[in-house]
Write a protein that binds this ligand. Structure first.
Ligand SMILES: [Mg+2]
Length: 188
């Protein structure tokens, strides 16, 4: 059995901040008020587009169409260098995408990223700390996790799984080369 690396999706491989920015612009541009948007995002967690759109625009289908058209261009939100990172990791490991969120929305973004073929499996959890999934996947050979979320990087070592915290924001091949080196020190 090959060792398994768990990899987060949002903010680790794709620029979710940019998706959020475009979404907010779209909601405001479609006539929603900021307090109503904030309320919708607070009560619908994890973010599920159909539910949020229905709450904000119950009578109007146009914002929904505009929203989903944000996810048409393949790999548009991928950080530079992620494909290289995944290709290198794949040489000696099985990769599992372990992502927090609404299952339908996560699968839509994953499809759009074009990164699905790198992963043996996709696991979507609604627990932001991902604890149960980590425990389960550790038993199935996971040796490390890459994630930008503080709560995940705190929870994983408690389950005896080393974590590498991925920096939020813009990243490039050089940054990911550094991640590879850190990972090699942990898993070799
Ligand atoms: Mg993340």
């Amino acid at each position: 059995m090959r060792p398994v690396i768990l990899i987060d999706f949002d903010e680790t491989l794709i620029d979710t901040t940019e998706i959020k920015r475009r979404t907010l612009d779209l909601f405001l541009g479609s006539g929603a008020k900021l307090p109503a948007i904030k309320h919708a995002l607070l009560v619908i967690r994890p973010f599920a587009p159909e539910k949020v759109l229905h709450l904000l625009f119950p009578e109007d289908e146009r914002p929904k169409r505009k929203f989903f058209s944000l996810f048409k261009r393949l790999g548009e939100y991928n950080y530079a260098g992620v494909e290289l990172l995944l290709r290198r990791l794949q040489e000696s490991h099985d990769l599992i995408l372990l992502t927090y969120g609404d299952p339908r929305f996560q699968r839509l973004k994953i499809r759009q990223s074009g990164l699905r073929p790198f992963f043996k499996k996709v696991v979507v959890t609604k627990d932001p700390a991902k604890v149960e999934a980590i425990v389960k996947l550790k038993k199935k050979g996971a040796v490390a996790i890459l994630d930008d979320a503080e709560e995940v990087c705190k929870a994983a070592p408690k389950c005896n799984l080393p974590a590498i915290r991925i920096r939020r924001g813009r990243k490039d091949s050089r940054y990911f080369a550094g991640v590879l080196r850190r990972l090699n020190r942990i898993v070799s």
